[in-house]
Design a protein around this ligand. Structure first.
Ligand code: FAD
Length: 255
């Protein structure tokens, strides 16, 4: 029955993913929307926060591999999304954002990773701190849980503190704007290169972290992903507050 319902789509080894659509989120990101070429649905089951490793055989002298996190919710049975931000002079990110077109078939394997909310182990309040493309796992997590907060298999609250350069760089803007209106979801965005109403300004510092986590140091689980400086500051702050290592989860996008 579960196979009939499509709940056990697991693949071993390298799989083909067809690019069904490409959406421009911001001036330097693209969301690639993938389907299984065999049946036109999402190729695999995964847990929000996991990633795929892609392999490219023909864009350099030798094969190159890079990892990209799903930005879609696993509940999306139609397609799997990854959101890629161009790294200046970056080989694969530039290729994905500027060369890949609808209909292309890419090779990937996964899902991989444990950067996920674990409802059996983790405390109820989920706090996420991100910068730049590091917001992608949190888009997946927010889209996965936003309408079932407090249920057994979901966090009681979702809290995201995200840093981007300016309003035009807001990856996942529509989802985050929708989520911010829901009780139990808190989204704080700080802009580092402009000041605007409704946004914090400047880099994520200890004072912001302290306000953001207020009241939940004891019953929170903390995830951080993004530039090393943001991750390091977040982890140092939490460690300074005595948060146990198993309540602090990190994903570095620099492999
Ligand atoms: C588990 C995991 C998940 C990831 N998920 C995503 C995702 O969802 N979206 C996304 O856009 N990226 C993600 N990344 C980063 C991605 O895998 C690549 O590292 C990134 O796209 C750069 O690859 P490139 O070939 O373009 O750059 P390269 O040609 O490898 O590097 C070019 C230059 O950029 C620097 N650089 C490399 N990686 C980064 C980076 N991440 N940020 C800033 N500078 C960098 C290098 O030091 C080098 O100087 C993830 C990485 C990991 C390990």
């Amino acid at each position: 029955l579960s196979i009939y319902l499509g709940l056990e789509r697991k693949k071993r080894g390298w799989m083909d993913l067809v690019v069904a659509d490409i959406v421009s989120d911001t001036p330097d990101t693209k969301t690639l929307i993938f389907k299984d070429p065999a049946d036109g649905h999402s190729p695999i089951d995964y847990i929000a926060g996991q990633y795929l490793t892609f392999r490219f055989d023909e864009i350099a002298d030798k094969p190159v591999v890079r990892s990209y996190t799903m930005s879609s919710s696993p509940r999306n049975r139609d397609a799997l999304w990854v959101t890629v931000k161009i790294v200046p002079k970056g080989l694969v990110s530039t290729y994905l954002c500027e060369q890949v077109k609808v209909g292309d078939v890419l090779r990937a394997r996964g899902p991989i990773g444990r950067f996920c909310y674990d409802w059996e182990q983790d405390p109820p309040h989920l706090f996420m701190v991100a910068g730049g493309s590091g917001v992608t796992p949190f888009l997946s997590i927010i889209d996965e849980y936003w309408d079932r907060l407090g249920q057994k298999t979901a966090p009681a609250s979702l809290n995201l503190l995200v840093s981007q350069r300016s309003r035009e760089d807001l990856i996942g803007k529509d989802l985050l704007a929708k989520a911010a209106k829901i009780p139990g979801i808190k989204i704080w965005t700080t802009l580092t290169r402009e000041k605007a109403d409704g946004y914090l300004s400047g880099h994520i510092e200890e004072a912001t972290l302290s306000q953001f986590f207020a009241g939940h140091i004891e019953d929170g689980v903390f995830m951080t992903c993004g530039p090393d400086a943001i991750m390091a500051k977040t982890v140092a702050y939490l460690q300074g507050q005595g948060v146990a290592p198993e309540r602090i989860k990190q994903e570095s996008f620099f492999s």
